[in-house]
Design a protein around this ligand. Structure first.
Ligand SMILES: O=C(O)CCC(=O)C(=O)O
Ligand SMILES: [Fe+2]
Length: 335
């Protein structure tokens, strides 16, 4: 993956094409991997109650195995994702015009539907991507054959995402002994959003991040990272540690909405993406939100809907430059 035409214009003159510079301060250190990330077996969720609880409470993320997605679908998806990003910047940009699918680049500040909110130049992040609400997958018919083939694969993949997200959420609800009908969060509704990324390599990885430090605003996120290039990091004991990509496994993040639903028992984990010095990296994130109009009820926070939460996050990013998150909705002492 190295064709200049495919890079967004403002990335073309950056340090991409210079040879890797000598290692700055920490740059010479080998990647520090997170060794002890909990591994959860989707087929065995009910027997692994304690493991799931431990992962959600103390980690906010886990590796999911036995998820039932054919490995052929995962590898096709990775290949097709790379193909799509190989397309020229102009055609990627133009292909989304007039649809609810968004092409974005350079900013972590994204609206709920994935459009870029401009940020200051020094906050530019080395990525480009597509934001695709899952209910738009059947309506979006791009002219570009590569993008259309990708869309067809995503339709198939979305069925798995929806199944896995629902299964996990139902398990969380049971484990937390929440008194609510499972239908309350409208899990049958399409509340998924895909963000498909390409992080551009940079010979000076200290020059910028792939994606700045954040927690996800979702109920939960299912991340599919390609097998070869790592980049996802989580903060553990004050250290940023890399989550190793392992074939046929997925990474699940607890999102802010789930943290609120669980009355802060579960934690949304802080994470970020570092760029690689030599290779571009692709990943596919699926965010599950609670259904439209459904209120997240919690003893710790004022009730709010997913859309209200996302609108607040967006407003904070636009006005003060970063996300405040759940503390915006903390109940006052006198409530
Ligand atoms: O690409 C990744 O590894 C992480 C993406 C992510 O954290 C996000 O989209 O919120
Ligand atoms: Fe994230």
């Amino acid at each position: 993956m190295n064709n200049l035409e495919s890079f967004p214009p403002h990335f073309r003159n950056l340090s991409h094409h210079q040879p890797p510079s000598p290692a700055p301060e920490d740059g010479g250190n080998p990647t520090k991997y997170l060794e002890s990330l909990p591994i959860i077996d989707l087929e065995n969720l009910s027997n692994d109650k304690n493991k799931v609880e431990e992962a959600c409470k103390n980690w906010g993320l886990f590796r999911l195995v036995n998820h039932g997605i054919p490995s052929s679908l995962l590898s096709q998806l990775h290949e097709q994702t790379k193909q799509v990003f190989f397309l020229s910047y102009e055609s990627k940009h133009a292909s989304c015009d007039g649809s609810n699918v968004n092409y974005f680049c350079g900013s972590t500040a994204l609206t709920p539907s994935g459009t870029t909110i401009p940020t200051e130049r020094h906050n530019t992040n080395f990525f480009e991507g597509f934001g695709i609400p899952s209910d738009q997958l059947s309506k979006f018919h791009p002219q570009l054959p590569d993008l259309e083939s990708f869309r067809v694969l995503l339709v198939e993949y979305e069925k798995h995402m929806s199944r896995i997200a629902t299964t996990l959420f139902e398990r969380f609800v049971k484990n937390l002994e929440l008194e609510m009908e499972e239908s309350k969060y409208n899990l049958e509704d399409k509340t998924g959003l895909f963000r498909v990324y390409r992080y551009l390599h940079c010979s000076d990885p200290d020059g910028g991040l792939g994606l700045a430090v954040h927690t996800d605003s979702s109920v939960l996120t299912i991340l599919n990272q390609e097998d070869e290039v790592s980049g996802l990091e989580v903060l553990r004991d004050h250290q940023w540690l890399t989550v190793k990509p392992i074939s046929n496994t997925l990474i699940v993040n607890i999102g802010d909405l789930m943290q609120a639903i669980s009355d802060d028992k579960y934690k949304s984990a802080l994470h970020r993406v570092k760029v690689d010095k030599h290779k571009d990296r692709v990943s596919i994130a699926y965010f599950m939100y609670s259904g439209e109009g459904v209120k997240v009820e919690s003893s710790k926070y004022r009730s709010f809907t997913a859309n209200q939460y996302l609108a607040q996050v967006q407003q904070d990013i636009e006005t003060i430059g970063h996300k405040i998150g759940l503390s915006r909705f903390k109940r006052n002492e006198d409530n």
